[in-house]
Design a protein around this ligand. Structure first.
Ligand SMILES: NC(=O)c1ccc[n+]([C@@H]2O[C@H](COP(=O)([O-])OP(=O)(O)OC[C@H]3O[C@@H](n4cnc5c(N)ncnc54)[C@H](OP(=O)(O)O)[C@@H]3O)[C@@H](O)[C@H]2O)c1
Length: 272
């Protein structure tokens, strides 16, 4: 297995699986996983399934921690001795938990924090990456390489990670909500479920692709499909009359408030 780096993933749920499946296809790395439910890690291709956490932590110089934020405090308590023994670089993807939180729990360990989103499951995540005090340039480089496999990556300061929760983290939820409104409207217009679903999904996909490939800002793109006294304008005027944009902004602002509250609750014990 030559100079391949060993990467271990703890927690093989939605995110762990998305990352594991995607990076296992890259020859640069040997991937190992551990989940407390063995059934989740049955019959995996190109992935080593470790029987114990001790072995996973000992055998991998990079560990991606993909368990829920509320489970992390007790997880570290239970396994601190293994981390202190081999001191792997720890990549956390937990919403709301800061690098300082991990640094307080596990001294002298290099921490990288990443905020991906659910589109990682189709290799279309948007991930923000930052480093803790002890991590260095090469830890950032390897993290960039790992998360580029599941989508787009930007390296930034940590303060942006909680903020991104309310945009790119929860964002897919807002989009699905709007898609559902359009889907139900299509059903009311008489389309069958299959047609309605395809029409709505492809409209979002097409609009997103157009926006990504264009240099125009979103307002200009909106104007481009809105002719005077036309059909799009009729809908947009109604949205504006109901102050939909300020309602959406309020929602996003509440999402950010909640991210900060959750972060406070989870980090309370570590005193961060
Ligand atoms: N899902 C998203 O959209 C998203 C986006 C950005 C970031 N994240 C972050 O990604 C992390 C994982 O989220 P997820 O949605 O993938 O969660 P998930 O589907 O619940 O996956 C977590 C997995 O870890 C397992 N687990 C829990 N404690 C464990 C332990 N001590 N040892 C080994 N395995 C353990 C869980 O088992 P049980 O189910 O039995 O507990 C579960 O299989 C979270 O920290 C979340 O904040 C998620």
């Amino acid at each position: 297995m030559g100079n391949r780096k060993n990467i271990g993933i703890i927690g093989y749920g939605n995110m762990g699986r998305a990352i594991g499946q995607s990076i296992a296809s890259n020859d640069c790395w040997n991937i190992s996983v551990y989940d407390k439910y063995k059934i989740k890690t049955k019959n995996l291709k190109n992935i080593i399934i470790e029987k114990t956490l001790e072995a996973l932590i000992a055998n991998n110089s990079i560990i991606i921690l993909a368990i829920k934020p509320q489970d992390i405090g007790s997880f570290i308590d239970d396994n601190l001795v293994y981390f202190l023994k081999s001191k792997p670089t720890l990549i956390t993807i937990s919403a709301g938990l800061t690098t300082k939180y991990f640094q307080k729990l596990i001294k002298d360990i290099k921490i990288i924090r990443v905020m991906p989103n659910l589109a990682a499951t189709v290799n279309e995540s948007f991930s923000l990456i930052c480093k803790g005090d002890l991590a260095n340039k090469s830890d950032i480089e390897i993290s960039k390489k790992i998360f580029s496999q599941i989508g787009e990556v930007i390296v930034t300061e940590e303060s942006y990670l909680d903020k991104s929760t309310s945009i790119s983290g929860s964002g897919p939820g807002y989009i699905f909500y709007f898609m559902d409104v359009m889907y139900n409207s299509a059903l009311e217009l008489g389309f069958n479920k299959k047609m309605a679903r395809q029409m709505v999904s492809q409209t979002f996909f097409g609009a997103s692709k157009l926006a990504k490939s264009s240099k125009k800002d979103f307002q200009q793109l909106t104007k481009d499909v809105t002719s005077k006294k036309g059909t799009t304008e009729a809908a947009l005027n109604t949205f504006e009359k109901c102050h939909l944009s300020s309602i959406l902004k309020d929602g996003i602002s509440n999402s950010y408030k909640r991210a900060k509250e959750i972060s406070k609750i989870y980090t309370k014990n570590a005193g961060s």
